[in-house]
Design a protein around this ligand. Structure first.
Ligand code: NAD
Length: 295
């Protein structure tokens, strides 16, 4: 299948390479020449513009930083150049309002479109562990599903346009707040004299059990694969968690939802970013709480 791929950064580069490995004819475009060169090295064909990547492609995927980039690329290149049988797939994490607007603009032109943000970090495309949360009409989901399935392990239909983004930011609000609470609990337990492994063994069998502890423990030791064992390098950057929390808070404001725990988590991640921790894994917020953070 001919697939246009626009935005070949940390995530998009790996995802486009996945599609090329699966035998698709990937027409790739990025404003950054080095990102484009890496995609060509991975088996994609360079397109001269986003419009050229879109032209005659059966699916057009975008993986861009934020809503304003998606809006601009859709307006300048995609909506005017996509064929009537194409499916448009935006995998970026963006605000719900822009995702809905882009979906309805595509629908007005008779083109199928979905928002399909991903869960999983930069290693996930190569490992085949990406999960997609998809918003859009049934017909668009059906057409996007096999394309997304070639890049990950799970493709879940969340509802109509924008619902993929809604699922993603609500999940990450829960994750951010639960990581802060997990980090607080370990800080308290250890300051009271409990050994970290002992507290882990007890709490992971008790009612405090949660993913942030049992799969991603912010204290080194109990979960060997967690970034805490590698000085919080790699993983899911605190700056990206802050971005998702801000999206969740803005969406909550629009929807009239009360999210005080998410707001508290966002304030802590903002403080951590201001102190130079933005590029560390989001579990490193424990170093802000226990006072051991040094840049
Ligand atoms: P990135 O900054 O590494 O990549 C974005 C790419 O888009 C860059 O290469 C940039 O040159 C390109 N770009 C920007 N404007 C463009 C335009 N007009 N035309 C063509 N290319 C353009 O970002 P990333 O880490 O790959 O993240 C992409 C999206 O995925 C973001 O929305 C992010 O929130 C989300 N996400 C990231 C991760 C992660 O771990 N990095 C995980 C899940 C979701």
């Amino acid at each position: 299948m001919r697939i246009g791929f626009i935005g070949l950064g940390n995530m998009g580069g790996g995802m486009a390479a996945c599609l090329a490995r699966a035998g698709h004819d990937v027409r790739a475009f990025d404003l950054a020449a080095d990102a484009l060169a890496a995609a060509v090295q991975a088996g994609c064909t360079a397109a001269a513009s986003a419009a050229e990547a879109t032209w005659q492609s059966a699916a057009v995927i975008t993986m861009l930083p934020a809503g304003r980039h998606v809006r601009a690329v859709y307006d300048d290149a995609i909506l005017g150049h996509a064929g009537p049988d194409a499916v448009l797939i935006d995998c970026s994490t963006i605000d719900v309002a822009t995702a809905r607007a882009v979906g309805s603009d595509a629908a007005a032109r008779g083109v199928l479109a979905v928002d399909a943000p991903v869960s999983g970090g930069v290693a996930a495309p190569a490992a085949g562990t990406l999960a997609f949360m998809v918003g859009g009409p049934d017909a668009a989901f059906a057409q996007a599903q096999p394309v997304l399935a070639a890049m990950g392990r799970a493709v879940l239909h969340a509802g109509g346009a924008g619902m993929g983004q809604a699922a993603k930011i609500a999940n990450n609000l829960l994750l951010g707040a639960s990581m802060v609470a997990t980090a607080e609990a370990f800080t308290l337990a250890m300051k009271l004299g409990l050994d970290a492994q002992t507290f882990f063994d007890i709490a992971s069998q008790a009612s405090g059990q949660c993913w942030s502890m049992t799969s991603y423990c912010p204290v080194p030791g109990p979960v060997p694969a967690a970034p805490s064992n590698r000085d919080y390098a790699g993983g899911f950057a605190s700056a990206l968690m802050l971005k998702d929390l801000k999206l969740a808070i803005a969406a909550a404001h629009d929807a009239g939802a009360s999210v005080p725990m998410g707001a508290a988590a966002a304030a802590l991640y903002q403080a951590f970013a201001n102190m130079g921790g933005g590029d560390r894994d989001f579990s490193a917020v424990i170093k802000l709480l226990d006072g051991s953070w040094q840049q």
